[in-house]
Design a protein around this ligand. Sequence first.
Ligand SMILES: [Zn+2]
Length: 633
Amino acid sequence: MNIEYSRIGLKVGLEIHQQLDTASKLFCSCNPQLFKGEPVTTFLRRLRPTQSELGQIDSAALFEFQKGVKILYEATSETACLVEMDEEPPHDLNQEAVETALVVALMIKAKPVDEIHVMRKTVIDGSNTTGFQRTCVVALGGEININEKKVPIQHVSLEEDAARKMKEEDQIIRYRIDRLGIPLIEVATSPVIHSPQEAKEVALTIGRLLRATRKVKRGLGTIRQDLNISIRDGALIEIKGVQKLDLVALIVENEVQRQLDLIKIRDELKEREVKARDIKEEFVDVTTIFKQTKCKVIQKALEQNKRVLAVKLPKFAGFLKRELAPGMRLGAEMAEIAHFWGRVGGIFHTDELPAYGITANEIHELAQSVSKAPLDSVVFVADTLENSNNALEAVVQRAREAINGVPEETRAANLDGTTRYMRPRPGAARMYPETDIPPIHLKNEYLRKLRDHLPEMPEQKMRRMKKEYALNLKLAKQILDSEYSDIFEIIAKETKVSPTIIAVTLTETLKALRREGTNTEKISSEQLRELFSLIDSVKTTKEAIPEIVTWLSKHEGATATRAVEVLELEMISQKELERMIDDLLEQNRTIMKERGKGAFGLLMGNVMKKVRGRAKAEVVTRILKKRLKEIIT
Ligand SMILES: [Zn+2]
């Protein structure tokens, strides 16, 4: 469907969080790296909702707390110390991180604050051992330019990254605290973006600015974007954790579609004259109906003495299975909410039945037990009585919200551009001062020095690269947006290889290899430099690049020279090449007799196949033409 975004009042604001590549963490001297393998230490905590000075508590977190959820933290000694474990106060704010944030701020003409005050922001989902996240505003205001339009920036801040969730079991959530405390820069725009395409361009532009500092981490998981999206008549939805810039436009499109369809459902519910008070929290125990069921999920639940509870949603038939945006349905949203509040694995609803081994007969009995009319829907869950009750309460609540249209909530981004329910939107401004860290005064002299040495602006760099290396605009843009713009310039300066070939290799070739499953992130800058120096000195050819790169990705730390040896991709000497060509001509005498000069194409193909990139096409052509001429005449 073609949506005219300007007519539906779309407003998008972006918050970009990017990990900084500093030598240590934001509030201690730990190594800001993620560890693989087994943790050395684990420790258990209960969730502790901390009452902020404003007296507000996140209702969802409070709920989890009441359910007695425990958090198991995993750590190693290089990546975490007593600070991350909340056994020791934070050290001073990392100066390297402050400086990077200030550089970004000055690049976008934001105004640095006089004093940086570290604040605590209540976060009670266990992702911080302290129950809060430390954050500080470094600069206010500023703007970026997108196609002649000025997009205002609200603030540039520094934050500590949270622990990363590894696993969620029944009563225990596992987090690793290696990521906790890694410095994040946050850049937030005003909600003045009016189309998916514009949202993508803003994200790309900010991404380029951050990379221009050369102080940001690379790779998946190092950048996370939050989007605030609303349309007229819809609601303000916060979507968290978009990991790829390319997904921004799709996520906005999907969210708009989801809201438009929820508004449509609202209107149809109105036509059916459904009232919130008609949707009752009357849960019927229907366990006995499923005593002999063939449905595996229910069977398993009943073996564990769990119960099946059902609730009727009056006049909801058809709405639960209706697709909102691609891959998203109201029924699925109810399941996600039921999972959040009731910790149930999922819900069943009559819109999608019979299925999953549930028979028409069981549905019939179910309908009778809740007095279902044809236009009604029935939702049921199989779990402990407490979980089932909590889950169905949440389903009833969600159904009532459907009558009003779009409920405000926080959603999480999936990797395919869809989103899922995450939690209710937290209350505003749960911030209070971090008393363990003194404010930092920013001296004018220091700011002036930074201002005088700002990095090249991305726009300027692109124009320069285009001119200096004779790249076309598309390639200049691609290399700027890739992770390789610095290494490109180094290689282009230190070798005589054509800059276009270097740029194509670092963008398109690597991208194609990634698509085929090669882990190109494993390739170091050193390996790339060596590879091009081998091409420069004619030790191998550009045609051999994909094979060499693939091999290097599997042999961490190995040299490109070694790859060329192992793969036998050294250039063939002139003599050897001549011998190879003579042999081939000998074998193809008959064809040559029949076709004469017309045999060239076929023979050329054969030689190139045999040399596998170890000889330049021009050289092969020259020798082959010469020999052919000699033989034929
Ligand atoms: Zn530490």
